[in-house]
Design a protein around this ligand. Sequence first.
Ligand code: FAD
Length: 500
Amino acid sequence: KSVVHWFKRDLRLHDNRALSLASAKARTDNVALICIFLISPQDYEAHLTSSIQVDFQFRSLQVLKTDLEELNIPLFIQTVEKRRNVPQTLKDACKKWSAHHIFCNIEYEVDELRREAILTTDCLTDGINLTAVHDTCVVPPGTLLNSQNEPFTVYSPWHRAWNAKIDRDPSLLHQHPRPQPNPPSSHMTYESIFKASVPSPPSNKSLTPDKKMYFASLWPAGEHEAHVRLQSFLADKVSKYRDHRSFPAANVNSLLSVHLAAGTLSVRTAVAAACEADTAGSRRLDEGTRGTTSWISELAWRDFYKHILVAFPFVCMNAAFKPAYVSRIAWSYDSALFEAWKAGRTGYPFVDAAMRQLATTGTMHNRARMVVASFLSKDLLIDWRLGEQHFMLSLADGDFASNNGGWGFSVGCGVDPQPYMRLFNPILQSEKFDAKGEYIRKWVEELRDVEGKEVHDPYGRGNADVVKRMMERGYPRMIVEHKKARERAIRVFGEGLQSA
Ligand code: FAD
């Protein structure tokens, strides 16, 4: 007899709600806890999961397997070629292990909810209990409503309600205990599972050996690394966070999104640790020191977008949150312009730095994400959904809700009160958020020795020598003129809205 925990995007032992419940149930019933992780290549394909993210997940699985082994808990890993077979595979495993109860944490995307609905019915028929619980947000989606009893669609009032809810119910930040060890006999019983090694990622999502080595050092995986990063961020950076977080070269951001997306860190743990480390000693989320409060409010954005996804699931189906703002726009699908954007060859140094950072590291600073999203959808008038997809295919921290929310916000068709007029000037953004050009020089090789204001616009502001160097190095001239592109975007977005 046994109890099963099904790991998904929750690859940790510490503060994992479903895992904790599974362990408690196994204890009460005096049976073993078995863990399972199912690899679904079709899901990776359908969700455009990047190879960098898959690699991170597999390295985290290795850490998880080792940690579980120390507790005599086996982690069974199996590839399921057809994703529709995931529920059946789980049930078959339960039958083999005489398991009467499966625990898992809920994933809120539509495909995953559908899969869980099928699993719930199947389990009922087969006499297996299924417990799926909220875990990935601090405040469970669906529990915050505005005065009209409807879901919030604007961040600020939602955020006040979020803070108030946690203040009223501090148990939302209580961390769930690690699983208890299985009896030593489990080791013999499940020897073949313990012996099996973590497989390699599916071929459609494999990195080359060189890239594997590079990303292993750039993004050390597993929950221990997440805790190290969290603690060093709280010790060294959080105090500067509020004032410097928008400056890509300031290096005060936590870079924890990769862990939050894989579930190697729980968001509750992150918020609770920030409160704990706060020098003001306040346990109210809105009364800590400025850095801590500001960081927690960024973590809240992650919750916010998941709440939006649950309340308005159509955003999962290629539809804008506010369709009227974009449905009538005759988007461009110009592949040369799109490729230039992807490759960081637009001639706008800040945009190019950001896109090259993404291509090299699988991440991009938040300010830069907004600027490049605005540039693609407004300056190039290219369908923002192509950009959203390119991000998912490239990001190590790809998360549907945050990515879709971030694109909607930047394009002006998402959840935020400012409609289509949010249009960033890429040169002004560069001057404001990378005044000295450090971020640009780091990522745009051709500009590595360009100092002063020229760095933001080398052909427009550079002297003859700078222009010559740019030409020799093949740095492109601007692929659109921002002033004209801006006028066109305002006209096209305005007309689109009127005719919708
Ligand atoms: P920090 O500044 O240290 O913030 C701490 C945490 O708060 C982050 O790890 C993240 O979990 C959360 N957070 C911060 N800002 C946001 C935000 N604007 N929206 C949602 N959560 C936030 N974030 C993702 O995790 N995955 C994505 O796929 C993703 N795509 C984005 C696409 C666009 C167009 C935009 C504008 C933003 C996107 N973001 C996404 C949000 C944000 O850019 C990243 O979370 C952040 O840059 C990660 O860096 P960090 O961990 O150092 O963040």
